[in-house]
Design a protein around this ligand. Structure first.
Ligand code: ADP
Ligand code: MG
Length: 551
């Protein structure tokens, strides 16, 4: 077929651009198949889409038998492909500092290699440039496939890459058994190069992480052996310190610790429980029948706060909804930074209580709920708070950052703590979603599912703003979350009056069984497998969402 494709392309040379359409379909190259999945209508349209499927790329069973190694090996090969394709028109999506399951490069459970590319099909104006197209499809593609053959690559590097990811996963899995919610290894590099670069900060000013002795734990890992670092215990951990001393940097590293990082990132051994959710205020978001009862008692509008709906939440009610939704979706670890919270939901000092009291204040501040959350629901919190000592009253551990060095100041903070009577945190009512309200089809009945402007997901009739969903770390996860929502509905996971949490459980099981292709093997864009918490986050922000019932 490769000779036939080559002929075809030389015949097309100079023809009108639309003739490229005839390339659609499978081309058999012998040891692999090239599929032209979608052809762009003109040279200015988004790139055409290609797929390469190679049943046997020589990958040994040791590199693909286990799903973690498979993910790491695929990620390694994807990044290698990107480097090999420098200067070509073929583009592969490889992501940033995290090692995620992505559609663009997959190693199958049978050892097959499956790659997806974008290709801007070359033209002279609106005429086909057949020679350039032939170069890409008939030369670059087979060369790439050869260069990715296991015999050709740096196998030691590939194995070390996978070993590193296996260690990260083992470290994260060790957390629960030790009563920890997070771990930060000694020597870890937390700060990033800049606000717009996720690469590690380098140079003399970078202070590597060094654990305080009282919180130091060591963990044995399969490849690296024993590592030491700071264990963040279950319960309530407060991170304090002067402004600019590295508090938010530490919390950010914990937010990202639900994902595995590439070797050399500096956060390979910074891990957080897989279900940790960053909580923030998010003024203006929609809320659909969420039980925010623990936080909001009686609103001036008289609406039922256990069945709370708004098209435009305030800072405090949005944060309350974010917490209740995270708990509903099954999170047992909350991460909170004063920089992005609503102050009136976090604290209320005595003088304010004297001035505004009783029924005039509908809000129960987080400080009165953070202990009940742990005691009654087993939900731990890691909280950055440099502006108020009130949280000393409720913290189990207090870590102070001093010029980026953490110190355990729990005893000193306890000496300053006061008695406090807290509130109760009854588990939010579980919601049953009306599946018809989660529809990826637009007015014309065709699927509308696309990420745009970085942080907006178009899903059916909704444009979902996910700017404040901070644990979306890869653009592909946003598309992936849209696809997961579609799978949630089309796979029937929401049916039978399942609660949202049950539906997410059911989807998770299906994904574990059938893999990421469940999200859409035929989908002709790049996407990344999201966590259930980000899938829930998109669902909760759909403008069309309807909750049928609360339990
Ligand atoms: P805070 O939240 O305490 O005000 P940040 O975490 O925002 O402080 O950090 C302030 C600055 O210090 C940021 O520019 C950050 O990149 C830098 N920084 C944080 N941790 C380190 C470190 N370990 N070494 C060097 N610089 C750091
Ligand atoms: Mg900060």
């Amino acid at each position: 077929d490769d000779a036939r494709l080559s002929q075809e392309l030389s015949k097309m040379d100079g023809a009108s651009y639309g003739r490229y359409k005839s390339l659609k379909g499978d081309w058999d190259f012998g040891d692999f198949t090239l599929t032209v999945q979608r052809v762009q209508a003109d040279p200015f349209a988004p790139p055409s889409r290609l797929r390469i499927l190679r049943p046997d790329a020589g990958i040994p069973e040791s590199a693909y038998a286990d799903p973690v190694r498979r993910r790491a090996t695929a990620d390694f090969l994807g990044r290698l492909a990107r480097r090999l394709l420098k200067g070509s028109r073929l583009k592969i999506d490889t992501g940033g500092q995290e090692v995620l399951v992505r559609s663009s490069c997959r190693v199958g459970a049978d050892g097959s290699l499956d790659l997806r590319f974008g290709l801007d099909l070359p033209g002279h104006g609106r005429r086909i440039d057949g020679r350039a197209a032939e170069r890409e499809l008939c030369r670059t593609v087979p060369e790439l496939v050869d260069d990715l053959d296991w015999e050709e690559i740096d196998r030691k590097a590939a194995e070390a890459y996978a070993d590193s990811v296996v260690d990260t996963v083992a470290l994260r899995e060790a957390l629960s058994g030790r009563g920890l919610v997070a771990f930060v290894a000694d020597g870890a590099v937390l700060p990033r190069r800049s606000g717009v670069s996720d690469e590690p900060l380098t140079g003399a000013g970078m202070v590597p992480f060094a654990s305080p002795e009282s919180l130091r734990v060591s963990v044995d890992l399969p490849h690296r052996g024993t590592v030491t670092g700071m264990g963040v215990p279950e319960g309530i951990t407060l991170i304090v310190g002067g402004g600019f001393h590295g508090k938010s940097t530490l919390l950010h590293a914990l937010e990202r610790g639900v994902y595995d990082h590439v070797p050399g990132d500096g956060r390979e051994l910074v891990v957080t429980r897989a279900d940790a959710v960053k909580i923030r205020a998010e003024e203006g978001r929609r809320v659909e029948r969420v039980d925010v009862g623990p936080f909001v008692r009686n609103l001036p509008t008289g609406s039922d706060t256990r069945d709370f709906r708004t098209e435009n939440a305030s800072g405090s009610t949005s944060q309350a909804a974010n917490i209740c939704e995270a708990v509903e979706a099954g999170s047992h670890t909350l991460l909170v930074d004063e920089d992005s919270t609503a102050t009136n939901l976090m604290i209320r000092d005595e003088r304010m209580q004297e001035l505004v009291h009783g029924d005039r204040e509908p809000l129960v501040p987080f400080i009165d709920l953070v202990r009940p959350l742990y005691r009654e629901q087993g939900v731990s919190t890691v909280l950055v708070m440099g502006g108020s000592g009130d949280y000393f009253d409720v913290a189990d551990h207090v870590v102070m950052l001093d010029a980026y060095h953490p110190h355990d100041v729990t005893e000193r903070a306890r000496a300053l703590a006061r008695e406090r009577t807290d509130s109760v945190f009854t588990r939010p009512r579980a919601r049953v979603v009306d599946p018809r309200s989660v529809d990826d089809r637009g007015a014309k009945g065709r699927s509308r599912l696309k990420r745009r402007d970085m942080d907006v997901l178009t899903f059916g009739e909704s444009d979902v703003d996910v700017r404040s969903v901070e644990q979306f770390v890869d653009a592909g996860q946003i598309t992936g979350a849209g696809l997961a929502l579609r799978a949630l509905v089309q796979g029937g996971h929401l049916n039978g009056s399942r609660t949202l949490a049950e539906a997410l459980d059911s989807l998770d099981r299906a994904l574990a069984e059938r893999g990421v292709s469940l999200l859409g093997d035929d989908f002709d864009g790049d996407y990344v497998l999201p966590r259930r918490h980000e899938v829930a986050a998109v669902l909760n922000r759909l403008r069309t969402l309807r909750v049928a019932e609360q339990r």
